[in-house]
Design a protein around this ligand. Structure first.
Ligand SMILES: [Cu+2]
Length: 118
């Protein structure tokens, strides 16, 4: 296997292990959507579409973006389950929630496969 092919294979493994990114827009002085539900190990990425500076700041101090300027983003990976509330430090009326759940296991997937062979 040459180096380029090896690099592609490693890249595919990394992509598979990284999981998803859920996007939250910051626009018109609000987090959109205000509540997102993600799986453990996934990221939330906030992008500021307003002309003024905002932040994504955990109420419990779990994360803090610092200033997110217009057009910039902040990304955070959630490695524990739970419900996490956050706000913008400049505009206290701006609130959001991230719910982090265990990676769902499809309880009926085996049943469906069996049904195909009935
Ligand atoms: Cu703000």
């Amino acid at each position: 296997m040459n180096k380029i092919a090896l690099g592609v294979v490693i890249g595919l493994f990394v992509a598979a292990a990284t999981g998803g990114v859920t996007e939250v827009d910051i626009k018109d002085f609000a987090f959109v959507p205000a509540t997102v539900v993600i799986n453990k190990g996934e990221d939330v990425k906030w992008t500021n579409l307003d002309l003024v500076v905002h932040t994504s700041t955990s109420d419990a101090g779990k994360w803090g973006s610092g200033d997110i300027l217009h057009g910039n983003s902040f990304e955070f990976r959630f490695t524990t389950t739970g419900t996490f509330h956050y706000h913008c430090t400049y505009h206290t009326a701006m609130k959001g929630t991230v719910r982090v759940t265990e990676t769902p296991v499809e309880p009926n997937s085996l049943g469906r496969v069996k049904a195909l062979f009935r």
